[in-house]
Design a protein around this ligand. Structure first.
Ligand code: ADP
Ligand code: MG
Length: 709
């Protein structure tokens, strides 16, 4: 696959299947191209000499095109693409539908299409695409009703209908684009390819996407990270992948839906996520036109008390803060404002303010080094002309580096001033909260740019021993492993308490005698998903009761499921839960993003608490640490209500070791360490203990992995 420069900037575009027949897609595409495209449009159709007044060639081989747009019927589309390849056309946009989206036959045709593309090294968009656009040359190679206005946004969409809807809206609102692509079924080119291309594209200021899925999560994360360091990426993600919803047999599997994977993956990729179309274009608009703020502190200048309070609330909700002004600023405001004005943030220039007072106040706060960004917020009054205010804002911001947004609250009177502000790159809204959220997007992107990505955590581990433990699935007809696989953790340096699995009451007593103090005893059975649910865990068993408890646990398992496979009873050292915190570290393999690591508050109520953080593995140290900081119960780890803080470093290290384990072994489909007991920092001691493990292994995948890779 070559670069995509020619795809968006061709000299000649062939329309394979061009026609003048009313209502045909081939007509719409041809006429759209003929309307504005600065290059040559070449209709291809053996049935015509000309189409819409333009000479038509018989075959794509005669078109000498850089891009071929294919609109022929599904039955001949593969031949048409092959002909493009033979003719040396490197870029092909397949508009024809009837592929993977239509069932088995279509899916087979789509696989064949991908093979042909591969054979000829084609940059292929689609199939089932609305087409592509690029405004510098006026190229509209779509069958949509509108061409885009020129601008700095490059837009990819997995839905063609969404493209036409957005363009219709954007044209009314003066929002312009550099390139537009309807991704279609993404048989060849996908979101990662376009992010990669636009990251290096001069004319693209902001990349925006409407995505329903991501083909290769890990690749996307890596490419997007690099791109987002220079070019902001904003995406709306909709839809849930059903492939992710296989029946889970772990806590992590239950909690880690595909939505969590996208949330984590897009965040790690440095993609700003929008929840709605409004948010998408608010974010894209301000990112494309305003500078980034140095700090999170916002100044608000308003003539309206109530909306000022709304904006102030929004500042807190958006994770920003109200700037506190320097003495100099307050002094200057006091001098220039009437006595009743509020010279602290939010600055209230009060109801009788005219444009000069607004201008003065805005100038003063923007000159304050404590101010990272400013919002001008005005309600209509008899003394204020919105048009003049807009002009004053446009002039004032010229002299400063901080981003500014405006909220003009009103109806018709705001239309013209708003248009002029937006044309000058100053976003303008009605709702104060929307203004603040847009400023918050700038702060979010600034933080993304400042990110330093660290290498994944990596430790000296005993990979061969881990493989041996995993291979034990070969000797049984169940691919779920429980505490009998505890050694797996040990091989990766994750501390586990002493313990042994025994198959008789006598042996249980012997093992217990060798362990200091009371013991914990657990039923060991692949058929028992959560042992304590069936009374299969006995905590604090005195040596004298060990033999009876053994019998008791076996009986409980038998009562629960008479034919359950029982591997024995684990006799385990007790871990001090009074001072410790039960956490969970786990992994679920996501179809798009691969291993998704989870950390959270653990114990038997994990699903009830749902206090968890996710990252796509392999994770770096800062990422693992963030996970321990972002759960709601984070204060518990750091010592709440007079308790000693636990050894967070040991927890972070455990997350890293587990991340390494699941990255090393794709055969591990899901895994829970629950609980991982985090203990107070005791010098030199082991401050975490993995007391339980549960995992599912894919035996075939295990065999296909290269040993010692
Ligand atoms: P399951 O999750 O299958 O019910 P666990 O082994 O996680 O079984 O045990 C359930 C609970 O019992 C744990 O959450 C913990 O509170 C307690 N527990 C288990 N093992 C120990 C241990 N070695 N020391 C102290 N408490 C334990
Ligand atoms: Mg458990």
């Amino acid at each position: 696959m070559g670069t995509l420069n020619e795809l968006f900037d061709p000299d000649r575009v062939a329309v394979v299947g061009a026609t003048a027949r009313e209502g045909a897609v081939g007509r719409a595409v041809t006429s759209n191209l003929l309307a504005d495209f600065a290059g040559e449009t070449v209709p291809v159709n053996p049935n015509y000499d000309e189409v819409l007044g333009t000479a038509c060639v018989d075959a794509v081989g005669e078109a000498d095109a850089d891009v071929a747009v294919v609109v022929v019927p599904p039955s001949i589309v593969l031949d048409a693409i092959e002909a493009c390849g033979e003719a040396g056309v490197e870029n092909v946009v397949v508009i024809t539908a009837g592929f993977g989206e239509t069932g088995e036959d279509g899916a087979a045709r789509e696989r064949r299409l991908a093979e042909i593309a591969d054979e000829y090294d084609l940059n292929l968009v689609g199939p089932n695409s609305l087409g592509i656009m690029s405004t510098p040359s006026g190229m509209n190679a779509t069958f949509g009703p509108e061409n885009a206005l020129p601008g700095g946004l490059s837009f990819m969409s997995q839905s063609g209908a969404f493209v036409t809807a957005v363009l219709d809206w954007a044209n009314d609102n003066g929002v312009g684009f550099k390139d537009v692509v309807s991704l279609g079924n993404k048989a060849v080119l996908d979101e990662t390819d376009f992010v990669d291309h636009w990251g290096d594209d001069e004319g693209t200021d902001v990349i925006i996407g409407y995505l329903e899925g991501i083909e290769d999560g890990r690749e996307f994360i890596e490419t997007a990270r690099e791109t987002a360091a220079d070019t902001p990426i904003v995406a709306v993600k909709s839809g849930r992948t059903s492939a992710g919803a296989q029946a889970a047999s772990s806590h992590t599997g239950t909690l880690a839906g595909s939505e969590k994977a996208y949330e984590a993956g897009l965040d790690q990729a440095g993609v700003i996520r929008a929840e709605s179309v409004d948010e998408l274009f608010d974010a894209a608009g301000i990112l494309g036109s305003q500078p980034l703020p140095d700090t999170d502190s916002v100044a608000i200048v308003t003539n309206a008390g109530g909306p000022g309070v709304m904006a102030t609330d929004a500042v807190g909700d958006a994770g920003l803060e109200l700037a506190s002004f320097t003495g100099e600023t307050t002094e200057a405001l006091r001098e220039s404002m009437p006595e009743e004005a509020n010279v602290h943030n939010p600055v209230d220039v009060i109801g009788d303010a005219d444009v000069d007072r607004f201008r003065e106040a805005l100038e003063t706060v923007l000159a304050d080094g404590n101010v990272g960004a400013a919002l001008v917020l005005a309600a209509p009054t008899a003394t204020l002309e919105f048009d003049e205010l807009g002009e004053a804002v446009r002039e004032t911001v010229e002299g400063f580096d901080a981003p500014v947004a405006a909220c003009l609250m009103g109806g018709d009177r705001t239309r013209e001033p708003k248009r002029k502000l937006q044309a000058a790159g100053i976003p303008c809204y009605f709702d104060p909260a929307r203004g603040i959220e847009s400023l918050a997007t700038l702060a979010e992107y600034r933080d993304i740019r400042r990110r330093e990505y660290a290498a994944p955590m990596s430790f000296d581990v005993d990979r061969e021993r881990a493989r041996d433990v995993l291979s034990s699935v070969h000797d049984r007809d169940d691919n779920r492993l429980g505490v009998e696989a505890m050694e797996l953790l040990d091989a990766y340096g994750i501390p586990t308490p002493d313990g042994e699995i025994v198959d008789s009451p006598g042996r249980a007593s012997e093992v217990a005698a060798g362990i200091d103090g009371d013991v914990v005893m657990k039923i060991v059975s692949p058929d028992v998903l959560h042992k304590s649910d069936i009374g299969g865990v006995a905590v604090g068993v005195a040596d004298a009761d060990v033999a009876d408890t053994y019998e008791d646990l076996i009986t409980r398992a038998r009562n629960y499921q008479p034919d359950a496979t029982i591997l024995g009873v684990q006799v385990q050292e007790m871990v001090d839960l009074d001072d410790g915190v039960e956490t969970i570290v786990g992994m679920n393999r996501d179809p798009q993003f691969g291993p998704l690591v989870m950390f959270g508050l653990g114990g038997i109520f994990v699903e009830v608490m749902e206090d968890t953080a996710f990252r796509v593995a392999p994770v770096s140290e800062p990422e693992a640490r963030e996970m321990t900081e972002e759960i709601r119960s984070a204060p518990l780890l750091r010592g709440a209500r007079g308790r000693d803080p636990v050894d967070v470093d040991a927890v972070v290290e455990t997350i890293g070791r587990l991340s390494q384990l699941v990255t090393d072994f794709p055969a591990i489909l899901e895994l829970d360490v629950n609980p991982l007991v985090a203990l107070p920092d005791a010098d030199g001691g082991t401050n975490v203990a993995a007391v339980d493990v549960r995992l599912t292994v894919d035996p075939e995948e295990l065999d296909s992995e290269e040993p010692n890779q």
